[in-house]
Write a protein that binds this ligand. Structure first.
Ligand SMILES: *Cc1c(COP(=O)(O)O)cnc(C)c1O
Length: 388
């Protein structure tokens, strides 16, 4: 069946009330017929719900949909995108293991690698997204995982999934892709040899700035380890949020198509603005990885970045001059959002680390929403004019 149909018709079994739309299963636990039923359920001879930290009909529906959309066989849903990233890595890594990651990763993922994993003797090496050919030289005997995002946050760089998949296969490494910016509608990393795909569902999957959520899908044996880790450590997605997110998936393709259409127009507008430099949008011909983006993505997504002339002060001025768009740290909302990473989300990094991650002082990230695109463009135009 087609993606759009799966997104709408994948549904938890109906109850005796024959409800049309999936109800909310707000229950922490489930009951058993008798002692034998309970024993068989706990020993996993029976596949059924036991406790909502393990599974729940709403979270299972959400996971099943994402798995179908990504071409995966199994998955597990988490309370946030970061709990998905952390639990996935923590479940699979042992003391002494080594991870190779793109340097341009989400800020909190960077903190996992640099601040927390070293506590458990897990090391990492970073590669620059522009030097992806170097990754083979970083592989050590103790390397277990290659981790990357594409497109990257906030620089909107694109990594070659087919290349990463080949390297991972050749060296028997687990390739994990944070597919948050593309969503399963625009890009399916499993097709290119990725074992595990992670999403922050908080972003475009919810799409309306309401709930937090995360999910990991992919290879069933790896998911089994992640599931066992998670059922004991407790990062489970709440049934209410799962219900909201599963509903959101029904409209993901139509919402995202419109987001992409608007974002492309914003990117084209910015390219014509003299004080907006290095406009980055995967489907702009000027994007350094345009050919790769075309190969692996259906459309360019809703995030556009650019550099404002004048550095950090110009970035701050631009943010102050914005009237319609929101100044917020989120992305992937119906409302367009602008952020200035150097003075906000990435301000705690040293200037050197920021530059290495592609965050220049004047970098501005725009998450293009679903307002009329002319209104968004007019707001950006007047804010750019205010900086001059
Ligand atoms: C937001 C984000 C995350 C973290 O997701 P939360 O739901 O906020 O925990 C991880 N990766 C990327 C690329 C993100 O944009």
């Amino acid at each position: 069946m087609h993606f759009e149909t799966e997104a709408i018709r994948t549904q938890t079994e109906r109850s005796q009330y024959l409800e049309h739309s999936t109800p909310l299963y707000l229950t922490s636990s489930y009951i058993f017929e008798d002692a034998e039923d309970m024993r068989a359920s706990f020993s996993e001879e029976k596949d059924r719900n036991i406790y909502s930290r393990f599974t729940n009909p709403n979270t299972s529906e959400f996971v099943e949909k994402i798995a179908k959309m990504e071409g995966a066989e199994a998955g597990y849903a988490f309370a946030t995108g970061m709990s998905a990233v952390f639990s996935t890595l923590a479940a699979l890594l042992n003391s002494g293991d080594h991870v190779i990651s793109a340097r341009a990763v989400f800020g909190s993922t960077h903190s996992l690698f640099t601040k927390y994993f070293p506590k458990w003797n897990i090391s990492h090496s970073y590669f620059n997204v522009t030097d992806v050919e170097d990754i083979e030289s970083l592989i050590k005997p103790e390397t277990k995982i290659i981790f990357a995002e594409t497109p990257t946050n906030p620089g909107v760089e694109v990594l070659d999934l087919e290349f990463l998949g080949k390297v991972a296969k050749k060296h028997n490494l687990i390739l994990i892709i944070d597919n948050c910016f593309a969503t399963p509608w625009l890009q399916n990393p499993i097709k290119f040899g990725t074992q595990l795909v992670i999403h922050s569902a908080t972003k475009m999957i919810d799409g309306q700035g309401r709930v937090l959520g995360g999910v990991t899908v992919g290879d069933p044996e790896l998911i089994r380890e992640i599931y066992l880790f998670s059922r004991n450590t407790g990062p489970a997605l709440s049934p209410f949020n799962a219900w909201v997110l599963s509903k959101s998936l029904e409209t993901l393709p139509v919402r995202l198509d419109k987001h992409c259409e608007n974002a492309e127009k914003v990117a084209e507008f910015l390219e014509g603005e003299p004080n907006a430099e290095n406009v980055r949008y995967p489907f702009l011909k000027s994007h350094p990885q345009y050919e790769i983006a075309k190969k692996q993505m259906k459309k360019g997504g809703n995030i556009v970045s650019f550099e404002i002339k004048g550095g950090i002060e110009a970035g701050r001025k631009f943010l102050d001059a914005i009237e319609l768009c929101s100044r917020s740290a989120n992305l992937g909302d119906t409302r367009s959002i602008v952020t200035h990473p150097a003075s906000t989300t990435h301000s705690r990094l040293s200037e050197e680390d920021r530059l290495e991650a592609g965050i220049t002082p004047g970098l501005v990230r725009v998450s293009v929403g679903l307002e009329h695109v002319e209104d968004v463009i007019n707001d950006l135009k007047q804010a750019l004019a205010a900086v001059k």
